[in-house]
Design a protein around this ligand. Sequence first.
Ligand code: PAF
Length: 283
Amino acid sequence: MKTFHTVAELRAELKKERLQDKSIAFVPTMGNLHDGHMSLIRRAVKEGDVVVSSVFLNPMQFSANEDIERYPKTLEEDKKVLKANGCHYLFAPDAKEMYPDGKRSQTQIEVVGLSNILCGATRPGHFVGVSTVVTKLFNIVQPDCAIFGNKDFQQLKVIEDMVRDLSSNVRIIGVDIARNEDGLAMSSRNGYLTEEERRIAPAMYKTLLWAKDALLENRASHEDIREQAQQKLETAGFKRDYFEIRAQDNLQTPSEEEKSLVILAAAYLGHARLIDNLRIELA
Ligand code: PAF
């Protein structure tokens, strides 16, 4: 696997691949890679002749009160696992390479509507940072397809809409959530949990499963299910962010007839803000 730190070097290398008609599958990441990321790389290996990944801890998607400095930086380890799983090229730029004039003077991409609800309401500006960096990365790598995890389901929707709205020629692929044996969705943020919090954390997935059953059996109104779920999470030791039942395609409050739903949860556990979701098809 070759690693590049500059846009010019990566472009020159990928140009050679494209001249040989090779298709490019791309997996953008922020590093501190775990098995969830590796399932994205393995999918990329199936989708493209050439697999490109990026490790860039994007300052534009963190607000001032979100401690980007605390985010674990493990580039050497990341390189090893990327190589072992079949990645051909790693792009690992620094912030100056991506934002030469600083993030404040950077042109911004905003997927209107979707960017300000759910996680976007709790983290203002977050999705503008994501859409902007992903646009830049797509322009640099020019992939045929790009692979994202379903765990960040809202992010996946934002990127799908962005690609459609900007007539971008990148096929977006969502990959199922990788879970630990006890159900906890894999995430770099799990590393922030103490032993005690790690023991509590699977309650989020259990609560999603409970809500899914309640919906399938039509046991209560969406409002009641949401409130009971929040209480279950609080009893387990979480602090509230949101627990929502939304339409899968646009993340809006579903109509009575809507059959494809997604249950989305976000809550705080100690220093970590955990998110998870479960999709559900009503008969
Ligand atoms: O999901 C992530 O790790 C990031 O949001 C992404 C897509 C790499 C953009 O920085």
